[in-house]
Design a protein around this ligand. Structure first.
Ligand code: RAM
Length: 329
């Protein structure tokens, strides 16, 4: 080929790429969250954007329904399929209800993973847990027990009744109850990760159980609402609110004493890791038992027999360290 011909061919190719927007190589990864407006997921999105910046050829589509329903997520997923995104990384409001829509996505060649709150095996290629579920279950009970010097009533304020992650953690928490004789679990109620419903459910617990010593909310929305309800009821010091929260949202509750301590993993890291996994699988990494899929600065995810992996351990926050973390997430 003459030099002139080659130059022309290259120019023609460049023109063609510009004509298609030169986006042929860019991966569009949708981060589908339980609902918009939840600080935990906004922090995860920061991590997803960080991963996209590092990778250079990724566009993040941060999306989800306005409330925490499976129906809302199915609509979102169908629209992502219509848009022809490259990957969907979902935190599910229900383990089973999303499966048909996600199967359809996979049939069309879209990479599908779940993270945070899982989808049943048939509906995703892999699932990224934030930590070991057994460890989280034990942690939330221990957080309550550590501040009880006598037996007392304890209640759980969860997210939705179909939420995969909270249901798994509660199941694990119940298994370790015999190790914590002071914890008398009296009820589990659901605030649906809505601030007002969670607040009302916490108020209901305070009224129904006069000997309540702790409320465990394994949800960032629930723990914040419960600490507010305990504060408004004048019960600081009598009822300790604990569970999983964000330092940025819980600093006031720790300061007032409504919450002595709580735990969480880094949600920015979780969004970052989920994005890295979706990207690598979309680019050909095989999600199969035993595989180790890279997650950038978070190391790699080693898949178990269910194609699941865990990111890192939760960390406990209290008066001694919350100031340091409240500006981060
Ligand atoms: C809420 C959501 C999320 C959960 C955290 C702890 O933000 O329910 O799924 O992981 O709490």
């Amino acid at each position: 080929m003459s030099i002139l011909r080659k130059a022309l061919t290259t120019a023609a190719l460049a023109t063609a790429l510009i004509a298609t927007g030169a986006h042929a190589e860019t991966k569009r990864i949708a981060l589908v969250v339980k609902a918009l407006g939840i600080g935990f997921f906004e922090a995860a999105n920061k991590g997803a954007e960080e991963a996209a910046k590092e990778l250079g050829d990724v566009e993040i589509i941060y999306t989800g329904p306005t409330d925490t329903t499976a129906e809302g997520q199915i609509e979102v997923i169908n629209s992502l399929i219509a848009q022809g995104v490259d990957a969907i990384a979902v935190s599910a409001n229900d383990p089973d209800a999303l499966v048909p829509a996600l199967k359809k996505a996979m049939d069309r060649g879209i990479t599908v993973i779940s993270w945070d709150s899982g989808v049943a095996k048939d509906g995703r290629m892999m699932h990224l847990n934030p930590s070991s579920s057994a460890l989280i279950g034990n942690t939330i009970i221990k957080l309550a027990a550590d501040h009880m010097d006598a037996p007392g009533d304890v209640a759980i304020l969860s997210a939705t009744s179909t939420s995969t992650n909270q249901n798994t953690w509660i199941e694990e928490a119940k298994k370790v109850l015999p190790n914590y004789p002071n914890v008398n679990l009296v009820a589990t109620v659901y605030g649906d990760d809505l601030a007002d419903k969670s607040y009302r459910e916490a108020q209901g617990l305070i009224q129904t159980y006069p000997n309540l010593k702790a409320i465990i909310a394994p949800t960032t929305v629930g723990i914040l609402a419960a600490s507010q309800a305990v504060t408004d009821a004048g019960k600081i010091g009598a009822i300790n609110v604990t569970g999983l929260g964000l330092p940025s949202e819980m600093a006031g509750a720790v300061e007032s004493g409504a919450t002595i301590s709580f735990a969480i993993w880094n949600p920015i890291d979780l969004g970052y890791a989920a994005t890295m996994l979706a990207y690598n699988i979309a680019n050909g990494a095989k999600a199969e038992p035993g595989a180790e899929i890279p997650m950038g600065r978070m190391g790699s995810a080693k898949l178990d027999d269910n194609n699941e992996a865990a990111m890192s351990d939760p960390f406990t926050y209290d008066k001694s360290n919350i100031e340091q973390f409240k500006s981060i997430f």
